[in-house]
Ligand binder design. Sequence first.
Ligand SMILES: O=C(O)CCC(=O)C(=O)O
Length: 199
Amino acid sequence: MLFRKFGGKNMTSNRLSETQKLAYKENGYLIGLPPVFNRSEVNKLNEGLSELSEFLLPGETHFHMNGWHSSSRWLYDICANPQILDYVEDLLGPDFYMWGTHFFSKKPGSKETVSWHQDAPYWPLNPHNSVTVWVAFTDVDEQNGAMQVISGTHREGLIKHRSSEDSTNVLGLELENSGKKQQSLWYSGPVKFRSMTMP
Ligand SMILES: O=C(O)CCC(=O)C(=O)O
């Protein structure tokens, strides 16, 4: 679906500053934005997720909720949140297409891991001019599954991936050489934006 935004008299929205846009360009990700959802909206997000989970088949997990925005109005509306769209517009320009959604749910004590990866090898897009919006449904920190990024790697283009033999990895691929790179950790703020070629 194509999003085209219409202004409204009473709509207030934060926009990205030039400094934030430059930081995104330089680092490949953006964090530290004001919350998009307040506490009671976050509670509603979790209620909605719980209702949507009832459509999972036996044996399936939240990870199988892939692309469900095309059949769930609730999920579609999260993606079409005006504040999120404004941030994406500030990074991509006014015409963009939202084509994918995916849930990564980290249950307490779970052994599941998400390997170092770029999104680009998974996505049928060319050119790789895309933004991932990562929305946390709970507070996140180092202990409960915050995301990590390797700053600046989006400027290296597509990095070589190999099949992952790690049975705890929920993804099929992993970066061939992530170990040597400097890692940085995300653990603040519920919504983050990331370039498609950023691990
Ligand atoms: O939330 C996560 O741990 C993984 C998310 C992810 O892999 C992604 O946004 O590409």
